[in-house]
Design a protein around this ligand. Structure first.
Ligand SMILES: [Zn+2]
Length: 63
């Protein structure tokens, strides 16, 4: 099952348009791309957090 990104109603997989609000649903390719982007952002965040933990807190405040 998928959910409409606009109105939040449930749809069977593969629905192109929302039955309730007419919003176009993201395709599988787009969803996959978004998942990859989210993973990349998460890994960058983890790296930044790791660097901040290593850094001196006084140096952090300068930027
Ligand atoms: Zn909808």
């Amino acid at each position: 099952m998928v959910f409409c990104i606009n109105c939040g109603q449930q749809h069977p997989d593969g629905t192109r348009f929302c039955r309730f609000c007419g919003n176009q649903q993201p395709g599988e390719q787009l969803l996959q791309r978004l998942r990859i982007e989210a993973q990349q952002i998460q890994s960058i965040r983890l790296q930044m957090q790791a660097q901040q933990n290593q850094n001196n807190p006084y140096q952090q405040r300068r930027w």
